[in-house]
Design a protein around this ligand. Structure first.
Ligand code: IDP
Ligand code: MG
Length: 134
């Protein structure tokens, strides 16, 4: 284990639900520090580039429309084992499968509108932080 950084996004549904504070409290209570953050309105090309790995999936166009539907909070979380810890706090992609007490179990309305993004490994964390923070 080591001190890591990971990219977190509070997606447009999370911002609309006014749970930025609630979500960030969960990260901080778990020992993660928010070391950079910015509110953004993603453009279509921002969202397409960020989710390029999913470009051939049936849900890609819907995903881009959702991610550009309002402001997002893009942030860097830092701490011991931050990448996996953040994924654990978020819960599974599908809220129906997310463990009790996770963000997605508590707040997500569907497999698409699932409130938060988190990098899934060291390489994606590095690339995603670079994508938004240079
Ligand atoms: P993750 O966000 O848990 O890493 P991914 O499989 O990387 O999940 O998918 C990226 C995002 O695409 C999800 O968070 C969700 O918003 C959306 N998504 C994933 N699978 C589906 C699906 O089957 N239908 C609609 N949207 C999906
Ligand atoms: Mg993913």
């Amino acid at each position: 284990m080591s001190i890591e950084r990971t990219l977190s996004i509070i997606k447009p549904d999370g911002v609309r639900k006014k749970i930025i504070g609630e979500i960030n409290k969960r990260f901080e209570d778990a020992g993660l520090a928010i070391v950079n953050a910015k509110m953004m309105q993603l453009s279509k090309s921002d969202a397409e580039g960020f989710y390029a790995i999913h470009k051939d999936r049936s849900f890609f166009n819907d995903l881009v429309a959702y991610m550009t539907s309002g402001l997002v909070m893009v942030q860097i979380l830092e701490g011991e084992n931050a990448i996996q810890l953040n994924r654990r706090i978020m819960g599974a992609t599908n809220p129906a499968e997310a463990a009790d007490g996770t963000i997605r179990s508590d707040f997500a309305s569907s497999i698409e509108e699932n409130v938060v993004h988190g990098s899934d490994g060291p390489e994606t964390a590095k690339a995603e932080i670079e994508y938004f923070f240079g």
